[in-house]
Design a protein around this ligand. Sequence first.
Ligand code: DSN
Length: 390
Amino acid sequence: MLDKQIEKLIAAEKKRQKKVINLIASENYVSKDVLEALGSILTDKYGEGYPGRRYYRGTTVVDEVELLAQKRALELFTLDADTWSVNVQPLSGSPANFAVYAALVPQGERIMGMTLSHGGHLTHGQSVSMTGKFWKQVPYGVAKDTERLDYEEIKKIALAEKPNIIVAGFTAYAHIVDFKAFRKIADATGALLMVDMSHFAGLVAGRAYPSPFPYADIVTTTTHKTLRGPRSAMIFSRKDERKLHNKIDKTILPGLQGGPHFNAIAAVAVALKEANTPEFRKYAAQIIKNARALSDELARLGWRIVEGGTETHLLRVDVWQNGKGIGGREAADKLEEAGIIVNENTIPNDARSPIDPSGLRLGTPAETTRGKTEKDFVKIAQRIDKILRA
Ligand code: DSN
């Protein structure tokens, strides 16, 4: 590179990434092909609009790129193009979720989403997010005793509050979500059902986690977490008389975004192809096996695992332990000093603040990409235990 300052910083970040054990549940390492597509000349092309309906000329090639990404997205999740539509233009997960509400929920109306401290996402209607300012969040959480979703309670809240849309999905929940139960609740209350599968999209693609598609009206996802693509997002919606997909497409453009990032869309297409392979299915299964090994060993060593364990790629560890342990921030700092990268995280009904909560969130997708298996994660758990107790 001619720009030596940036070249040096990229090299430094590469070195840092190589040196550490990465347990950030939402990060991953993309393939060379994904990187190549992302760094390609496709970044130079403008093409506001959709394939065949652009406001710019010279878009025949990028039309093919976008159509291929759409085709691969539908194929990966075994969806029929007659009944599902996919928009591959959202720049990332938060604008994707915002676009769905902007398209389908009148301003000031209600989004029912999992509260952040229990494992939901900011864009599930949290008050500090624009989604909580333009719409009103109807929060639901996990049961106090089990720390798992309580569908009877969620139904009660939905019946009482009559949300326009119910969001199922999480950033820090370690168990399988019962999408069928959410569908029944949505039907009982007349709400739309949106599943934000950003965290577990790769697990669904790899057939290691139940698919939300048989039950949801809309499915949003980022493409860079377990799905192992570039930083981008997609919105799937059912094609029927409600015309959800038309409303969503119009909200993305001209409503919210400008020109699509074709380099990112091409990189998404590459990742979708990679995810539609037997190797990726093995990878998805291994992510979960590794998370279990990590969780079981930490529990054996005396750490309280939130929800009592994991069925996914992540787990939360209660490091505060009602004042007998240390705060999440201090724990994450100690681990970073020792070369293990995690993030501090709230636990349900956290007595501490989100900035210095009681827990840590640990995830296995990135290190599973690097080839680690259960025995490695048992050792990682032992290292974590040692570091936190020092
Ligand atoms: N930043 C993502 C995560 O870490 O879960 C959510 O936006």
